[in-house]
Each structure stands twice: as structure tokens, then as C-alpha cells.
Design a binder for this molecule. Sequence first.
Ligand SMILES: Cc1cc2nc3c(=O)[nH]c(=O)nc-3n(C[C@H](O)[C@H](O)[C@H](O)COP(=O)(O)OP(=O)(O)OC[C@H]3O[C@@H](n4cnc5c(N)ncnc54)[C@H](O)[C@@H]3O)c2cc1C
Length: 353
Amino acid sequence: MVGAGPAGCAAAIVLARGGAKPLLVDRDAEAGDALCGGFLSWRTAQRLHGLGVDPETLGGHPIERLLLFGEGRPVEIALPQRAFGLSRKALDTALRESALAAGAELAIDTVRQVEGLHVTGRAHEWRAESLFLATGKHDLRGTARPRSAKDPALGLRVRLAPSSGLAKRLANTIELHLFDGGYAGIVLQEDGSANVCLAVRKSLIGEAGANPMELLARLAAGHPHFALRLEAGWREARVDTIGSVPYGWSAQATEPGVFRLGDQAAVIPSLAGEGIDIALASGIAAAEAWLTGAAEAAPAYQQALHERVRGPLMWAGAAWGLAERPAITRLGLAAARLAPGLISRLVDATRLH
Ligand SMILES: Cc1cc2nc3c(=O)[nH]c(=O)nc-3n(C[C@H](O)[C@H](O)[C@H](O)COP(=O)(O)OP(=O)(O)OC[C@H]3O[C@@H](n4cnc5c(N)ncnc54)[C@H](O)[C@@H]3O)c2cc1C
């Protein structure tokens, strides 16, 4: 299992429970704090329970409504069930603990290359019986995902220190602020800090002189609601970035023995807040396929996952396409004010059923 994020850990838990002896390999000795919106959908929360992880016990901030900000007054949508805001550090640490408790082993190494079932790390080499590829946003030599978008999406994250203003504004809420060329999602996390995570077109950050701080300043200047959330002190906060996210891609085929999981299998536009669920679901499905069919089960698993994510990827792609175009957003939000059920349906269509 290369990568001990949500996908790798989910697979390791199911494999270990099924009597296998999975080895998780990760570059970080302690779970890092992956760049992510930190929104755990109700489906993600349900799947986590099955893996022995409870977002509520971890202090996840409960979320019951979505507030959409474009032009004019925001649109409020009730979520069908309770979701949570949780840092990836807390989530990934709990998943690792659950995998180790189930009987998985963990080796720390940075994998450089994968050739068939031969894995080369900085310090070790492995010849695997089967390989579960779960390095998420990071491609490995030999298994890289195609990049075709002319103006790809980039991820940006800034953490805002806890404050009474943010606690009040963001209680029970996930906010999505829609911009020309991207969006920002904001949720409270277990320690009361606010996770502000953006996906924006590369050209947008180019216009800001490739300076994330300048981009945030420009967005705040043009969007008063967003500026209110940033409050004072954001200029001192650290901004994390991640380049070129291949939204909409999914792996259709693989070779026997190689199971692609999580973002290495399918990348849903992050606006949907369903990437972690796809990561968990793919890890569980791959492990179940291996337990019944061993290495030979990989191609059928990959094809089935591709079919399963096709709908959510398509609807999330459509939502991302609408959200980043102000003229269409204006019409969409006007329609949603009259019929909030339209957005609820779109939210549902982007879930993995
Ligand atoms: C801007 C943005 C916001 C998002 N917001 C949300 C959200 O709010 N909710 C949601 O559900 N999804 C969200 N997502 C999607 C979500 O982050 C991913 O879908 C999810 O993290 C995928 O899980 P994974 O296990 O496949 O990979 P990851 O979470 O990326 O984990 C990969 C693991 O592999 C390890 N690794 C990487 N390279 C190597 C290597 N070479 N050697 C060894 N180990 C390695 C890493 O250390 C890590 O532990 C967002 C994505 C983006 C880009």
C-alpha cells in the first residue's frame, strides 16, 4: 500500500480485518495535514464509522447547512444529514491508528518509482504480491496521471486562528464563496480554527504575480463577504499550495495486481466535498476485491470503480463549470433562491451512491 492517507488506510483496515498482512508505506512518520477543505460529508462520516473512526469523537465541527455566496444575498441549503469540519491531521492520524490496530504494518519511506509490482523508495525496495497505489495528489514515476487541462486548477489553503466572529458566522455551516475562476470553501475545525481552502485556475494566480497572498487580497477586495471571513491577521497566516489538480480524471484500466485508489483512481472537483469519500470507498472496494480474487481482481475492480464514479464526477464537473463563471452563477443562484431543491439535487448527484 503506497500512501497512508484515507484511501490507503481504508484498504489496509479491510485487508487486515480479512486476515491479510498489509504493509502501508508513507513518506511521513506522522500523518501530515494534507491540503484539503476538511469537509467530511454525511456519507464520508458513515463510511468512517465502518472503519472504526468517529468524526464526532475526534471533535469534528458539526455542519448542517451550506451557504453559497456569489452576487447578492447568500443562498442557504439544508444538508440532508450532519456533516463535519475536521482537520486532515486529525482524520489521517485516526485512520492510521485504526489500520495499525487492525493489524497493518507501517514503513516510512518516500517512494520514488513503481514498475509493475516493483516499488523503489529512497531507502528500501519492495517486490509486492499486489500493489495498492494511494499517493493521492502526488504522482509517482511510472504511474503518473495524464495532465491535459490548458488552465489547470490549483489548490490553496490558509488557516485562520479561532475567533468569536468566525465561531458565530461559521457555526453549523460550510460556506462556498464563488469567484470568477474558482471558489473558496470555509469550515470550522476541531480546534475552532477556520480552514479556508480555494481551488482556482492557474491563470488567476498568474494575474496576481504568482503570489497567493496577493490573490487572496484581490479576492477579498472584490468580495465583501469573503473579506469579512478573512478578518484581521490573515496576512500573517501560512498559505499552502498544491499545483495542477487533474479534476474529472478517472482510471479506467489497470494491470493485474495493481489497484489504484483515491485520487490515484478518480479526482472529483473539490467543490463537491466528496473526494475523501471516494478515497475511502475505493480503498474498501479494492480490499474486498483482493480478498475474494487476489491480484487477478484488479482490472475488474478498476473498471467497476470507474463506472461507479462516473456520475458524481460528471455532476461535480458541471457544478465547478457553473460556479467559476459569474454570469452563470448569477442565474444559478437566482434560480436556487426560488427553488433551493435544485441545489439539493445537485449536492445529492455528486455523492457516491
Ligand atoms: C483544494 C482541494 C480541496 C479539497 N477539499 C475537500 C473536502 O473538503 N472534502 C473532501 O472530501 N475532499 C476534498 N478534497 C479532495 C481530497 O483531499 C482527496 O480526494 C483525498 O485526500 C484523497 O485521499 P487519498 O488517500 O487518495 O490521498 P491523500 O489524502 O493525498 O494521501 C496520500 C498519502 O500518500 C502519501 N504519499 C504521497 N506521495 C508519497 C510517496 N512518494 N511516497 C510515500 N508516501 C507518499 C502522503 O504522505 C499521504 O499520506 C479536496 C481537494 C483539493 C485539491
